[in-house]
Design a protein around this ligand. Structure first.
Ligand SMILES: C[S@@+](CC[C@H](N)C(=O)[O-])C[C@H]1O[C@@H](n2cnc3c(N)ncnc32)[C@H](O)[C@@H]1O
Length: 145
């Protein structure tokens, strides 16, 4: 199963040279609306995901692995090869930051986990979607965006 938007409503485009690309709303959203799924391969062995991360790094490939906990179990979704899904292109903004427009939630459907982003406030056309990656030590958080 895949969560799909009814029509193409998000657009991936460059934010700046440091951040790279991001996802921007091309239609308005209401708080609570479903936005995008972070689509990829679910990995339940975190050790395996860490190895994959190293391999991607060695190959000079960007890594798009989202680590999360569900019912006390650590898992992750690897979207590195899912180049056509924009869910993996959403950038980070700390909770409470003015740029944090959405939240990532884990949705279980038929015993399968889906990482889904939802609007955390009303979103206007042209606003960049960002959620809190949940990692306080991220290097860019110290810099002014
Ligand atoms: C999942 S990707 C998001 C898409 C990415 N911007 C791109 O063009 O491929 C995560 C990467 O985006 C960049 N990034 C995300 N949020 C950022 C932020 N607030 N400030 C600076 N860089 C950010 C970092 O390089 C991070 O490793």
């Amino acid at each position: 199963m895949e969560f799909r938007a009814k029509k193409r409503i998000k657009l991936s485009k460059t934010v700046n040279d440091v951040i790279g690309e991001g996802v921007f709303a091309t239609k308005p959203f209401k708080k609570g609306d479903f936005l995008l799924e972070y689509k990829g391969d679910l990995i339940t062995r975190v050790k395996h995901a860490r190895q994959l991360e190293k391999e991607y790094e060695k190959e000079g490939q960007g890594s798009f692995i989202y680590f999360f906990k569900y019912r006390d179990k650590s898992c992750c979704t690897d979207a590195t090869n899912d180049i056509f899904h924009e869910g993996r292109m959403i950038n980070d903004a700390e909770n409470g930051d003015a740029k944090q427009y959405c939240v990532m939630k884990i949705v279980e459907v038929n015993q399968t986990l889906h990482l889904c982003t939802f609007a955390d406030r009303d979103i206007a056309i042209g606003e960049e979607l960002r959620y809190d990656y949940g990692v306080p030590t991220l290097p860019w958080r110290k810099a002014t965006q």
